[in-house]
Every structure is written in structure tokens, then in C-alpha cells.
Ligand binder design. Sequence first.
Ligand code: FBP
Length: 698
Amino acid sequence: MSKEEPLSIENLMKKPQVQNVISNINQELVERRAHSPKKCEVFSSPYIVLQEDPHYRFSVDKQARQELPSIIDNRVQVVVGIESPEASLKEQYCKKRNVGIVFSGGPAPGGHNVIAGIYDAAKQANSQSKIYGFLLGPDGIIENEAVELTESLVDAYKNLGGFSMIKTGRTKIDTEQKMALSKETCKKLQLNALVIVGGDDSNTNAAFLAQDMFEDGVQVIGVPKTIDGDIQVRDENGNVLCAMSFGFHTAARAFANEISNLCTDSTSDVKYWHICKVMGRVASHLALEVALQTHANITLVGEDLADYVDQKRIDKATQAGTIDYTAYGMTLRHLSRVLCEGIVRRAAVGKNYGVIVIPEGVLEFINEIQVFIIKLNAIIAEYNEVHDTDFHSDFPLLADKLEYLRKLARRSREDSSFTIWNTRDDDLFDDIPAFFREGLLTERDSHGNFQFSQVETDKVIMGLVKDYLKTLKEKGAYKIGIERSYYRKTLERGGLDPDHFGPVIFENYGDSKFLLVRASIMSVRRLKQALIKGGAIKEDEKIPGPVEKIFKKSVPKFNTQVHFYGYDGRGSDPTKFDCIYTYNLGLTVFSLIANGATGQMAAIKNLEKDFSMWEPIGIPIAPLMHLEERKGKLALVLEKSVVDTSSPAFRVAEAFRDKWLGAVPQDDEYRRPGPIRFAGKSEEDRPITLVLNALGKS
Ligand code: FBP
């Protein structure tokens, strides 16, 4: 057969099939865009009204009442459909409106559907209404950079991930000047309403904008967005109003799929511990959900570590008649011990591999680190406030920053009223590895938050783990268990009697399935000594090959592969849950706007239940605010919801902790959530955390 000549690139490019397979409009994209998310029953009504629900109560902060007087008495509003409202209501509902939308903070899958929901509802009420998208986040409002959204633009991004349509940014509208410019923009565009799609800080910002724009008649509505899942709203009696921010489900599913693949890889080539850091700036919701979805061997939950009490230390202190305050909360050292214990236990049953999930924000829950973060936040914020330039431009190098801290420490020696950074802080800080010190001194975000994603949390923790495993190995406490049948086969193949050597080499030769080399046998030299002492060989004899082979197999190497799951999940195309959730959030936003609400956050109640029970509502933002330290000062903010360690979801994960560690001779019980699917029904249809929390209610 004659050899076929390859086509020239010009001719290859002309082939329609080539154009077809490399087209960016692929089948998956076409199907996603064509999908119309289901609407909650109430939105099938031609008109929507709001009904105040007086059952929900909030304990209002005094400061919030003072700073947000116009919106502090807002109540929970339930979205209700009606067929034929009074003429005045109809007119109000259908009037021509200009609405501006902005994405604020990190991307979260589903944002484009919020826009689609608002767009569809607004145009249905009045086709003359205009919807503007502010570009690049709140900067777009300040600088009046906006695009008028069209049907084709909205459709092009429907059901797609990211915030690519109008982009996002982290600027906060937090000065009089920025506020004045924002008001100016609203005036120029004749906006009736401004929609802020953001996290806790952005919804906080939404409340202040609602207050400031109240007199101008510009309504401000927030939308709970963040993959971190830390916007969860309950009233003072614990009634859940918003169980989860949008984007969480998709990100968790994306991470879980990847991590589940690593579980499979890990049990296949049996040589790596995969260390997976997952996003979540503070709260560990994502890590917990990943644990429930994958059954990874070890998952840290920051909130759980913060609750840790070292009973041994307390007992010791009690005996000595003292109090040991360091017994409360986990230290980095102790955390590394906990991880090592799991690693050593798995190794003992022959599994010197596995998967560890570490939440990005875990260090926030480690006492000693949290103290540094708070102190450094305050120092940097104060410096920036006092100086014309900023801390990071004035001290670009780590050495300069450390010198500045040293200067503060010296000052504390001379002035006892100066307590923010003393010599003890300086000494303790010096003990931390340089890369981590640099991490702790990184630039804060515009809200003054510490940027955990910039710090190699896993490196800090795994560095300590590696050190301690080395110590354990030297002590003979970290060993790989040898399967009895393998041991017997290896020795018999070499013409040796396993029962002659077994009791000498192993500490558990009795009836264990996995045999552990005695702790005192840490080297080939020690092995020989033990064999001679135990009468297995004579002094002038060499160690038999198969025996040496078995010994070498028992000596562990701790090999790790480090992965970071964050930005990839934020950019994922949304799950069906997030597509429907966000589209209905958009419809809810418009219902709130059309009924004159302001200072409210759109939400869907009963997310954990069947779709038929989803209930669109408006949650008042101002009564949720409380005082918290920001940029070194107390400020009114929306509270972040961290993992509740008494919640059913956490308790279930805790109950399975040992099982998922898998320190038993049987196979690991990993779970395969699979990739994000857009069709079909499965357990992964909604966050498992939500389902368990709902099931756990008596
Ligand atoms: P939001 O709270 O704004 O939604 O962002 C959350 C997050 O995705 C965190 O999980 C992560 O720590 C952070 O953003 C990363 O921020 P950046 O995009 O600035 O690197």
C-alpha cells in the first residue's frame, strides 16, 4: 500500500469537519445555552406582590440602628403571585425601569443566570426597561462604566460559569468620594435600582448603599453569592432563611470530582499522599462538602480544630493546681501530630498513600496564627491610614517589613501602653518559616481581609507533618505493614521457613493480617542484630535476601503531591441546582424591585427540599449586621457563617471519620460523585450538607 501524503495545513483548515471539531460553539455549549431553568411556581403568576412575614425576628445591633435607620426595620418579605392586582399596583409593577447590576468579589457559578432572571422578569413587565451591567465590579459604578444588556448577550451567557459577561472586582464603595461618584452614576443612568451580587462584604456594602441612596429613591438589592458557602441566614430563633449562597454547589462538585479522581489514582499506584487545598477563605463548608462527597481519608475542618480541647494538658494542669490556657484550641504542632497519627495508622495496614483535604482558611482557626493575622491586619491598616503611601509599597521586601515590626517591638519596650506588637510577638514570629512570614504579611484585600489563597497553607502544615514523620520513622513508629500472605510467599519462594523468622522480625506475628516490623529494627544493621539475638541466623551469616526485601518494604517514604482547588471550581459551568437557584434569585430580585423594596437580599427558602417547595423571599440585610474587626477597627458587617460543629452534616462526617481514614486491611470506601451532570437525578443534585442538615432536624 502506498503511503498517504498528509494534507497541507491550508487544505486541512478548509475542511468543514476541521472547522466543526475545533469550533468554540460545541454541542455542550449549545445545550447549556438552550436550557431554560425551571421557575418557582409563584413566578408563573403574571404579577408578584410582597407579603411581610412577621414570624422571623432578629436581634438588632444598636450601631446598625444608628447607621442604617431607613432600612433597619425592614422585615422578611415573601414573594406571592397574583392574577389581577389593583390598577395602581399594576402600573407600579409594570413601569419602565432602569436597573444596574454589578458582580462584586470572587466569581461564583450561576451569576449569569441571576442576570438572566432579572432581565427576563424586567422585560416581561415592561419591554422598555433597561438593564445595565457595570463592568469590572464596583469600579464600574464608581467610574460609570456600564453596558446596556441585550437579549442576545444574556442568552449567550445563560447557564455558563464565571462572571465573564461583565467581569467582577473587589473594590469597596467605602468612602464619601466613592459613594458620591456612585450616586452620580445612578443619576446619570437614571437608575431605579442597583443590584449587588456579592458575598458578605458586598452585601454589607449593599446595605450602606441602600441607606445612602434611600433619599434619592434608588433601591438597592443584594444577592447571596460566594463559592465559600458562608452566607447562610437564620433568624434569632434559628429558622433558616438562606441555607446556602449560590456557586457553592458547583464549586464543591467540581472539587469533589477532581479529588475523587485522586482517590482512585492514589489507590492505584499506591505511592502518593495527595494533599488537596480547597478554597474557602475562612469557613470550611467546601471542605466538609467535599468530604461528604468523596470520603477522602482525612479532611480538616477549621471550625472543628478551633473547638479542640487537649484533655491531657488540662488533667496535667489540674493535678498541678494550675490552668493551662494553651490546652484550648489546636496548635499547628498538634495539628501536624493529628495528621501524622492518621498517616501512621494507614501505613500500618499497608496503605502508605491516601488523600488529605485541607481548607484554605484552616489557619484562621489555629490560635497562634489567628493572633498574628489580627495583629498584622491592625498594624497594616493603621500604617495605611496614617501614611500617604501604603505599607506594601513602602516595605516591598520581607526584610523591610520585619524591620518595621522590630521597630514596633522596640517601641513596646519603651512605651508600655503600646501593646499591638511586643518583643514576644517578634520572637514567636521569627520562629515561623520565612515563606510563611511573608505570606502572613501579604497585601490585604480591599475589605482588609487576609488573603488565604496567597498563602501556602498546605506547605506550612505538611512541612511540620514531614518533620514529625521523620522523627516517628527514626523511632520505628512509622512503618508499612506487610501483608502476611505476601511475607509467607516471599520467604517460601526463597526456600525459607516464614515461622522461623516471623516472631523475630515482627511485633504482631500472632494472627494479624498486616505484620509490623519491630520498632527497634530501624536499619539493616539493627535487623541483623535482631536476627542474631533471636537465634534466626548465626553471627557469621548474612541476612537472607527475602528477609531483607521484606524489611525494606516496611520502610516508608512519605511522597506527596500537592493540589489547589479553587479558581477552577469558581470558573466551572454551574450545576443544574445552581442554574435553577440563580435564575430564580434573579426573578426574586425583580419582584423585590417591582414592589419598591430596598436594603433586602433576594433568597430562596427551602433549598434543601424538593424544588416544588422552594420559596422566594426577601431578607432584610440591616438587621443581620453586627460589629466585627475590620482593618483593625470595629465595623458593621454581615456575619460570616462558619461550619457549625453541632450541625447534622458535620456530625455525620465526624461519625465516619475513622471509617473514611480507612486504617483497616479492607479497601477504602471512597465515593465517586462523578463530573457535574446537567441531566438525570442523583444524590449530588443539591449539596449533601444541606440535605443532611435538613434530615437532622427532629
Ligand atoms: P468571595 O467571598 O468574594 O466570593 O470570594 C471567595 C474566594 O473564592 C475565596 O474562596 C478565596 O479565598 C478568594 O475568593 C480568592 O480571592 P482572589 O480571587 O482575590 O484570589
